[in-house]
Design a protein around this ligand. Structure first.
Ligand code: GAP
Length: 517
């Protein structure tokens, strides 16, 4: 665990040092759980959004996009259930005066039990070597069995308390498990109370409750209220989807783990409108489809898993998370929810406007059911960068070895696709040639020119930001118009003509490759 903590710290400081992510308002000591994306961060984030958007909208004839406003009519949030039910159970520690989410304290307690189980497994793996059978060990080792049962019982009790809204039992659990405040170390807790997560603000000159507006806590509602506008204007028939990428805001009580849980974040959501009764078929379809999307960029099966929701949100009849193995363990990356007709039916009731679909095949009108896929763009960013961050030994120029830090980001998502580097700085014939090459390719992809420092250091800088290809301009270039192209992960170098650079780099970093084959 200590090693994973260490890794997470290294990733967060790498993000700052190399211009991916900065603490918001850092010069004023920062604002908790809000972050700004720097020069490379915004390029990577845009590529992640592009990958998601293309996979949804470009690759599906029956999915179209929208960009709805962040502010919505306040009744939207009454109809969606967020005013009454979008709450977190919270409690304060009377000594440290710090506020916590009761369910998160209990989940962290369960993580500690899981860490004990993993420690036993790691020890046994070492002891038995190749002969180790993890499944059998989990099924027979008494300590692992006892801890697994303990964890499962706590998970079931937590889920029940959350579903029932039983604040007393959440408090009782915290006391029974002897959970202490991480800041003060004391067990001096207040009662658990419900806390609404929506941020509110005031509309123009309208005073009081009437002018109260909410910052949207999910982008989905902008899709629901536009359902008929989009269906009619784009002449879609069921099943069809509406996709959207945009900011969402939640007044998270426990806002930490860097960009994992933020108060202002971005969602990529798609609502798929379907005929009632077909929801389980589409639920399975979207589970598979979304998992494939994650794997296509190199995220391995062992770092991804499905986790069925223990307690369903107020709108869902089935829900599953795709969890990713972050440096702090498996946590939710994406949600797939079968939302029934909850939202459309409720908006129909609250607005008095019919939100029904006329089915040309059955000649019936009905409120469609909805299958939702919802992923946080920032969480996907964290998953991508955690997966990519690698420290390894590579051959150096003197025949020895040197350590390098490299971001092995999939080339299609990498912020900079290619860097053009003259071998040395003080030879104008090389720098001029390299600049010319840079100018001739920069229109085709994000590209960088760099002449400062020795070539080895410049390679390291490009490795650190995940640039998949470096083009080196040397004395041979002046003679035969060829350059070397160095591949980030294998370090392989090949000689190619200048006239082919754009074509080769474009082809090897093309996002289309993620969708075909
Ligand atoms: N429309 C459904 C919905 O909003 P959710 O599970 O609350 O469902 C969906 O959120 C996704 O949004 C999550 O899987 C996560 O990736 C992201 N997300 C939620 N809260 C977040 C936060 N505070 N910071 C960053 N990402 C968040």
């Amino acid at each position: 665990m200590a090693n994973q903590d260490d890794l997470f710290k290294k990733i967060t400081s790498h993000c700052k040092e190399y211009g991916f992510i900065f603490q918001s308002s850092e010069i004023y000591d920062g604002l908790a759980a809000t972050y700004d994306y720097g020069p490379y961060g915004i390029l990577l984030k845009n590529n992640i959004k592009d990958y998601w958007w293309k996979s949804m909208v470009q690759m599906h004839e029956n999915i179209v996009g929208i960009d709805a406003a962040i502010f919505m009519h306040p009744t939207t949030w009454k109809a969606s259930g967020h005013v009454d039910a979008f709450n977190d159970p919270m409690l304060d520690n009377k000594d440290s005066k710090k506020r916590y989410r009761a369910d998160v304290l209990i989940e962290e307690y369960m993580d500690k039990i899981e860490a004990k189980i993993n420690k036993e497994i790691t020890k046994a793996k070492k002891r038995f070597g190749d002969a180790f059978d993890e499944e059998q060990f989990r099924a027979t080792n008494p300590r692992v069995l006892a801890n697994t049962e303990k964890k499962d019982n706590i998970a079931a009790r937590l889920a029940k308390a959350m579903t029932d809204g039983d604040m007393d039992d959440l408090k009782a659990q915290i006391e029974e498990y002897g959970i202490v405040c991480p800041a003060s170390g004391s067990r001096n807790w207040t009662d658990v109370r419900q806390f609404n997560l929506m941020f509110s603000t005031q509309l123009g000159a309208v005073a009081g409750e009437e002018g109260k507006l909410y910052l949207r806590p999910e982008t989905a509602q902008g899709i629901f209220v536009n359902f008929l506008n989009v269906q009619k204007s784009s002449r879609q028939k069921l099943p069809f989807g509406i996709a959207q990428i945009g900011k969402a805001f939640r007044n998270e009580i426990v806002a930490r783990q860097f960009i994992f849980r933020m108060r202002e974040f971005e969602q990529m959501e798609m609502q798929f409108f379907i005929k009632p009764g077909t929801q389980m078929k589409w639920y399975e379809y979207w589970k598979e489809s979304r998992l494939k999307w994650h794997k296509a960029i190199g995220h391995e099966s062992e770092n991804l898993r499905f986790h069925d929701h223990d307690n369903l949100a107020h709108y869902a009849d089935a829900a599953v998370d795709i969890q990713f193995n972050f440096p702090f363990g498996f946590k939710e990356l994406e949600g797939i929810h079968s939302r029934t007709d909850f939202d459309l039916a409720s908006h129909q009731e609250h607005s008095g406007k019919k939100l029904q679909y006329f089915d040309p095949e059955t000649k019936e009108s009905y409120i469609p059911y909805v299958l939702e896929t919802s992923i946080g763009c920032d969480r996907m960013f964290l998953a991508t960068i955690s997966h990519a961050y690698t420290q390894e030994m590579v051959p150096d120029s003197k025949g020895g070895e040197a350590e390098r830090t490299v971001l092995k980001i999939h080339p299609a998502l990498a912020p900079i696709k290619c860097a053009v580097l003259p071998l040395v700085k003080n030879k104008p014939e090389l720098t001029e040639k390299a600049r010319k090459i840079f100018d001739s390719v920069k229109a085709y992809f994000d590209c960088q020119y760099d002449e400062k420092d020795a070539i080895g250091r410049r390679y390291r800088r490009q490795d650190a930001i995940g640039t998949p290809y470096c083009i080196t301009v040397d004395f041979e270039t002046l003679e035969d118009d060829t350059v070397t192209i160095r591949e980030r992960d294998s370090l392989a170098q090949e000689r190619i003509p200048i006239s082919k650079i754009a074509e080769i780099v474009k082809e090897r970093t093309d996002m289309a490759a993620l969708f075909v084959g």
